[in-house]
Design a protein around this ligand. Sequence first.
Ligand code: PEP
Ligand code: MG
Length: 304
Amino acid sequence: IDLQANIELPKDFDAVRAVGASAVGLYRTEFLYMNREQPPDEEEHLETYREVLHALGNTPITIRTLDLGADKQPNGGRRRDGPVTANPALGLRAVRLCLKEQSLFLPQLRAILRASALGPVRLLIPMLSNLQELDQILKIVEAIRAEFCAKAIAFDPKMPIGGMIEVPAAAVCADVFAQHLDFLSIGTNDLIQYTMAIDRVNDEVNYLYDPLHPAVLRLIHRTIEAGEGANRPVAMCGEMAGDPRYVRLLLGLGLREFSVHPAALLEIKRIINSSRVDVLKPMARQALQSRSGAEVYALIDQFN
Ligand code: PEP
Ligand code: MG
């Protein structure tokens, strides 16, 4: 069982080193775009990734391409004349924004490819909801690779490309995505909000935010099974993976890669090391057949 870390800023590096996480399962890059007028250029991206690779030695780093929009509003990438939308969580964000505003995205993508020549880098695409988006991304990557080959710019042609499963449509069709990706990473923060149809930053409905809702569990389980079927690793990088209450349930559901907040690394490691997967499988099966989150909560309580 693989324990990985979610990081964003240099202050996270020490924790990752101290606990010896096997990889960075999620490196959020939105901070690069915040509090500034102009988005970062290719060299600034590359320099940032070079520093992370250097700080973390040979630890694989999963760099997530920018996930701006909705709860993460940019300055450096603001669409000044952009329309006001009533439901930004359902709007132009993450991969949708990347494909529409390629001037924000291309410098980052090129820098990630260049960084892959400097150390173990993986590319992670957020918010995929259909295969066309993925096809477009893969085409762009192909074009950059061709250009780099022609110009003798170094990159790793085998850099793994993964997708976040955080939209219910992607979870339901995870088997399809798994065939075109090297790995999957379940983003429960968004998967839960979209499955429950609640805005995760809206206080009035966040009582409905329930990681244990059987619908959420079934989508998670389906994604894990899709990965197994296609022989692709499946990680979870949403907060759920780093919550001590849910670790055993996730183990029972078949999750083998946990990517968690650095502060949670030790505790999650302790729980994993004191768990027996064979006992947890039947429990997870029962959870999938439960009628409510409350029922699942009572069930997992006995194992925690
Ligand atoms: C998630 O949605 O679970 C996730 C890890 O991404 P973010 O919280 O950055 O949207
Ligand atoms: Mg997300």
